[in-house]
Ligand binder design. Structure first.
Ligand code: VGL
Ligand code: ZN
Length: 232
């Protein structure tokens, strides 16, 4: 098992989630990349699939990104009539359907390609970001993870990109904690990268216990979580 944080970087000696025990010790280095997930208008207050307080992550992430030499952004990018849209099925948002690849939550129409809702939040300021990875562009399949679409088989190409760039540790922040951040972190780990979720730089949608399920999955899957104050 490879732990993402080495000993000098271990940031707590209290119980998990106990941020009091943290001391700033992480200094991103050449093998580290910050993955900023879906900081788009539709996921912020006033947007079509607003994540409560989603916009509060922006300032934190701007500051965080300034510490990283390497930053990659993701952008949820759906065609009209996307399978994940409730309107496509004449159903109500947050109902479930059985897609060919398994259960799929139906969402309000959001992040439609080339609409203002799909644009990155205007206050997001990461001029040195090296890649914007779009996902969810296939009409018949949703994509929460930045690595695989929801069939858990169709790759986005991100793993190859990160590996070819020589990155080994992926710090993840953004929206939403319990969907795109969660599955991106799990898949990063599954691909053999170290995955570290920066929890206070995320916000959750929280439907049907999804936030609790995410925390449990991170604990079981040895995906580390920490707070921005851990950065030196
Ligand atoms: C997301 C639901 C639908 C996310 C994207 O970014 O977490 N959630 N599309
Ligand atoms: Zn989406």
């Amino acid at each position: 098992i490879t732990l993402g944080l080495n000993e000098s970087e271990s940031t707590r000696d209290g119980k998990p989630g106990d941020s009091r025990a943290m001391r700033p010790s992480i200094q991103p280095s050449a093998g580290d990349v910050l993955l900023v997930v879906d900081l788009q208008n539709d996921f912020c207050p006033g947007g079509r699939l607003a994540v409560p307080h989603g916009d509060e992550a922006v300032a934190l992430i701007n500051r965080l990104a300034a510490r990283f030499e390497h930053v990659v952004l993701t952008q949820d990018w759906h065609p009209r009539g996307h399978l994940s849209f409730a309107s496509t099925h004449g159903r109500a948002p947050f109902e479930m359907i059985e897609a060919s690849y398994g259960p799929q939550i139906l969402w309000p129409d959001h992040c439609v390609q080339d609409t203002p809702g799909a644009a990155l939040h205007k206050n997001l300021h990461i001029p040195h970001a090296e890649l914007i990875l779009r996902k969810g562009f296939r009409r018949g399949i949703d994509s929460y993870s930045a690595f695989f679409e929801n069939d858990r088989m169709t790759p986005t190409g991100l793993a190859g990109y990160l590996r070819e760039r020589g990155f080994s540790r992926i710090f993840i922040a953004g929206l939403a904690f319990d969907f795109c951040v969660r599955y991106s972190a799990e898949d990063a780990k599954a691909h053999g990268f170290s995955a570290v979720v920066i929890e206070d730089a995320c916000r959750a949608i929280d439907v049907g216990g999804s936030t609790e399920a995410t925390r449990k999955s991170f604990a079981e899957g040895r995906i580390e979580t920490l707070m921005t104050e851990a950065f030196a």
